[in-house]
Design a binder for this molecule. Structure first.
Ligand code: ADP
Ligand code: MG
Length: 691
């Protein structure tokens, strides 16, 4: 008799895993059977109840059963297989555009089918296009009693196969258990690891659906907790590894900093001064700095970073200054040139649109070490960009950059021997417990004050029904020459639907305001097209810009003094705050109008009230955590650096203090468990980045 497989056995021993599937599984980090248990569903579908055909309505996703009445192939615009299904209460048409002979023969009159799919209105009544279906013997086969898991799609492996594989893994888990690395550290009344895993893969139909969909079922919380601990452990480990690396020691020997300071038209704030001294102390060490500089929009992070660049130049080393878009690159390049060239420091820009001989010339300046500062977009990461002695990398608005790119950066350090210091700047306020978990590998500096004299953005909350008044107000506003952003945020998961909403709004506004110059940018437009329009807006050619939330982070258009945000009740407060930061950058006062669709809940009202009352990003972020609600859907997005599988930073924020406490204990007393958790949770990461 062959030995029964264990969770540690290779997946190849499972039924249905040939070399081809094994290879694909390996690609997403699944080698042992137990790894399958940590491939979590991204959502669930309810296929536990068979819906009578007479009760269907369009837009539903349902499980139905019936007998085939008639199947025929019709030729209209394209060859189509139509099959009529009835169950005594009503009927529905199944429509297939792609089908084969075998399928056609299966769907004979009298065959019993169970189908799952979307119901829509067709030319002859309700229909389902390409439903999932299977033949059943006589309708007595009971539907499954658990919700159907949908796994992250993996190239070449279908949902059905993934279910089959996880079925087998769950079966093995009846006799052998995965190690519970948190044993003894969780409250008594929490579910066990085995029960939790089982639940996540096959939630029973009687489970509290609402809890499940919100992700707050105790089993989900148990697993989310483990994930957060694993993430924190991984960050701490990477920090421990980093301090073993070597870096240039940078000091401002030429007194560049004092020279620039003397020329600035303003006095640095205390918070800026403090940040500068922390950063300079860091880069003076021979250990690579890895620091996060947080500061609200407009708090003056750029000049702080420039001081570190001066220390590098003063030590004869190069710096990179990375921005997420060409437009921002241009903005930084102009500022840096203005500040640094008088000191004899050469600044060059490198973006995707600088090509040909010009590019080669710049690359040579960089490779030979003449260019001290290179400002650029992702283009800085390209293989062709070789630095002579890169010692410092500034990354502006970190959430646009991936982990792989940061690794590449390390490689670009001095021949791979000396790692560059890194300063990562962000305007996204990150509450402390969160920073201690997900940014445990970074030191944090916070600029917690704005330069004096800034006028807070006056924020009003307005029901959509007053749109006509608003349009009138915009017309008046634009006659003064000031500009307007009208933002159509991401309220659907799909950028397609979202862009459509923006297009419609754009057309309506053009009709309502024919005398204004209006343009539109959204996420599905080509990069160059977006940049062109942003540039026109910056240069004052446009009065009004309609945009989805692709609207550029960090772009300075001081003349834009009014922002309208659609569907604000459905957005996270921190995100609203980010958007609002696009106005209020000049000397005249600015306004922000938060439109909402009535009726809204008390909670939503309170949340929008926060926006009206405060302009402090940290208070906004804190309130966002406290007053959960619509903001939840942006939780994972805001975390930026790390893609979480089960946990959600906003929803599970209350777990964080305990996560910190227990991970400390594990590191100190149970290093083996800590190791195992890190490995277990960092296998499938890349897959989730795309779902
Ligand atoms: P952010 O932190 O959003 O990147 P910036 O660095 O772009 O902010 O600075 C925003 C604006 O504030 C710039 O025009 C900059 O010149 C100005 N600024 C920076 N520091 C000060 C200061 N201490 N006093 C007055 N203005 C300042
Ligand atoms: Mg900035």
């Amino acid at each position: 008799m062959s030995k029964t497989p264990a969770l540690k056995s290779p997946v190849a021993v499972l039924k249905g895993v040939g070399p081809w599937i094994a290879k694909r599984l390996q690609k997403i980090g699944i080698e042992q059977i137990g790894d399958l248990l940590y491939l979590f569903p991204i959502r669930y579908e309810d296929r536990t109840e068979i819906k009578p055909l007479g009760e269907l309505s369009p837009g539903q996703k349902v499980l139905v059963e019936g007998e085939v009445q008639l199947t025929e192939v019709v030729f209209r615009r394209r060859r189509t297989l139509l099959s009529r299904l009835a169950d005594g209460t009503g009927s529905v048409t199944l429509r297939f555009f792609h089908f084969n002979k075998a399928q056609q023969e299966q769907l004979v009159r009298g065959a019993c089918l169970r189908c799952f799919g979307d119901v829509r209105v067709g030319p002859t009544g309700l229909e389902m296009v390409h439903p999932e279906y299977k033949l059943i013997s006589d309708g007595s086969d009971p539907p499954q009693n658990f919700l159907t898991p949908i796994y992250p799609t993996t190239e070449g492996i279908h949902q059905q196969r993934l279910r089959q594989l996880t079925d087998q893994a769950l079966d093995i888990m009846k006799t052998t258990f995965p190690d519970d690395c948190l044993e003894g550290h969780l409250p008594e009344d929490w579910p066990t690891l085995v029960d939790s895993l089982r639940f996540l893969h096959r939630p029973p139909r009687d489970s509290v659906l609402e809890e499940l969909f919100l992700g707050v079922h105790p089993c989900q919380r148990r697993v989310a907790f483990e994930e957060l601990i694993a993430q924190r452990l991984a960050r701490v480990q990477s920090r421990l590894n980093r301090v073993k690396e070597n870096a240039f020691s940078l000091e401002d020997k030429s007194k560049f900093i004092a020279k620039l300071r003397a020329k600035l038209p303003y006095k640095l704030t205390d918070a800026q001064e403090l940040a500068i001294s922390e950063i300079l102390a860091d880069v003076a060490k021979e250990i690579p700095m890895h620091r996060l500089l947080q500061g609200d929009v407009g708090s003056g992070k750029t000049i702080v970073a420039v001081m570190a660049v001066l220390a590098a130049a003063s030590s004869g080393c190069q710096s990179g200054f990375m921005a997420p878009t060409e437009l921002l690159t241009e903005q930084h390049f102009n500022n840096l040139k203005r500040w640094l060239e008088p000191l004899g420091i050469e600044v060059v820009a490198l973006t995707g649109s600088i090509i040909g001989a010009e590019r080669l010339k710049i690359l040579a300046r960089i490779a030979e070490g003449h260019a001290h500062v290179v400002v650029g977009t992702h283009a800085l990461f390209q293989q062709a960009v070789e630095f002579k002695n890169l010692a410092l990398m500034i990354v502006d608005e970190q959430h646009r950059f991936g982990v792989g790119q940061r690794l590449e950066l390390k490689r670009k350090g001095k021949k791979g021997i000396l790692a560059p210091h890194q300063l990562i700047m962000t305007a996204t306020p990150i509450p402390r417990t969160l920073a201690m978990t997900l940014y445990a590998d970074l030191e944090c500096t916070v600029i917690d004050e704005l330069p004096p004299g800034r006028q807070p953005v006056n924020t009003v909350v307005m029901p959509e029904s007053r749109r006509l008044n608003l349009v009138k107000r915009i017309r008046e506003h634009c006659t003064t020459g000031e500009q307007v952003y009208w933002v159509c945020p991401l309220i659907e998961e799909s950028e397609i639907i979202n862009s459509q909403a923006a297009v419609k709004l754009f057309q309506n506004l053009k009709k309502a305001l024919p005398e204004l110059k209006i343009e539109l940018i959204h996420g599905r437009m080509k990069f160059n097209e977006k940049e062109k329009i942003m540039r026109q807006f910056r240069d004052g050619v446009l009065n009004l810009l309609v945009a989805t939330t692709v609207i550029e982070v960090g772009v300075d258009v001081p003349n834009a003094t009014l922002m309208v945000i659609e569907n604000s009740e459905r957005m996270g407060l921190s995100q609203l705050h980010q958007l609002r930061g696009r106005v209020g950058r000049g000397s005249s006062s600015s306004n922000c109008v938060l439109l909402f669709k009535s009726p809204i809940s008390e909670l939503a009202k309170e949340r929008l009230g926060v926006m009206r009352k405060t302009s402090n990003g940290f208070i906004v972020a804190q309130k966002d955590l406290e007053l959960r609600g619509a903001g939840d859907m942006f939780g994972t997005q805001q975390s930026g650096l790390i893609q979480l599988k089960v946990a959600d930073l906003i929803r599970d924020a209350d777990l964080l203090p305990r996560v910190i406490e227990i991970s400390e204990i594990l590191m100190r007393d149970y290093p083996k468990n800590a190791d195992q958790l890190i490995k277990r949770w960092n296998k499938h990461t890349s897959e989730y980045a795309y779902v």
